[in-house]
Design a protein around this ligand. Structure first.
Ligand code: ATP
Length: 256
């Protein structure tokens, strides 16, 4: 969220341990299932994410991406299974955040800091205004911001508690290409600092470019965990695929 080309407060902060420096994952999801009546939205999903790792969840509509992220965020309970990270330790950026469009950027940040019982709300608000590059917009109503700046506010709210893991549900879907680039730059800076970032996207090339690892979810089942290159190899059979082609071929081979 820091404007391009400027040094970021995120990168200046004390880095957390990065992937590889610690064996323990920041986030561990074990055998999570979710049932809505007759509908099984998730079936025995397990994955982990390490410090500094960017993990993309991709899959067709209705695959269970939002359900999985919201369970990890602690906004709904699984029917069975476990999430290792307590809800307060995970930052959550839902697709439709409950920000107040009539309140200013700073007022929204302060309100959420208080609601989430952040230790020193005023300090957290100042930190997030700097970190998100929103200081100049602090007094502006959120409803008047551009889509890119609104998304910065949403992410800033998710980061108020300085959590070790951040979850984002389709964070780039409503952004134009320039705003998207800035979003991914910011996410990259966060990960470099050691935050574990897990996001869902329908844009599979974005998953390939912006994630260290991808999870493929279809019909509530986790079908693949690995790098984009590994997924390509899995379906190559001597045929050269781009990642989108490989993803479609992979789903077809698995009957989806
Ligand atoms: P999309 O890519 O379209 O956003 P998704 O992969 O995020 O989809 P989910 O929104 O998690 O998928 O939904 C998974 C399944 O669970 C779908 O069949 C959906 O209809 C169902 N579902 C999700 N939330 C509820 C709910 N509150 N009550 C009943 N069914 C639900």
């Amino acid at each position: 969220m820091e404007p391009l080309g400027r040094s970021s407060a995120v990168s200046e902060a004390e880095p957390r341990q990065r992937s590889g420096e610690q064996a323990e994952p920041v986030l561990e999801v074990t055998d999570v299932s979710k049932r809505y009546g007759e509908r099984e939205a998730l079936r025995g999903v397990s994955f982990s994410a390490h410090a500094g790792e960017r993990v993309a969840i991709i899959g067709p509509n209705g695959a269970g991406k939002t359900t999985l992220l919201s369970i990890v965020a602690g906004t709904q309970a699984p029917t069975s299974g476990m999430v290792s990270c307590p809800p307060g330790q995970v930052g959550w950026v839902p697709q439709q955040p409950a920000v107040y469009s009539k309140l200013s950027v700073a007022e929204n940040l302060e309100l959420f800091a208080r609601l989430e019982k952040v230790k020193d709300p005023a300090v957290a608000v100042q930190r997030m205004l700097d970190q998100s590059g929103l200081r100049e917009r602090a007094g502006e109503q959120v409803g008047r911001l551009s889509g890119g700046n609104r998304q910065r506010v949403n992410i800033a709210i998710g980061l108020l508690r300085d959590p070790p893991a951040l979850l984002l549900d389709e964070p780039s879907s409503s952004l134009d290409p320039r705003q998207r680039e800035r979003l991914w730059q910011f996410v990259g800076t966060l990960a470099q600092r050691g935050t574990s970032v897990v996001f869902s996207t329908h844009n599979v090339s974005e998953a390939e470019r912006r994630a260290d690892r991808v999870l493929v979810l279809a019909d509530g089942e986790l079908l693949f965990t690995g790098t984009a290159a590994e997924l390509k190899r899995e379906v190559s059979h001597g045929v050269e695929h781009d990642f989108e082609g490989a993803f479609v071929a992979f789903l077809r081979e698995r009957g989806h």
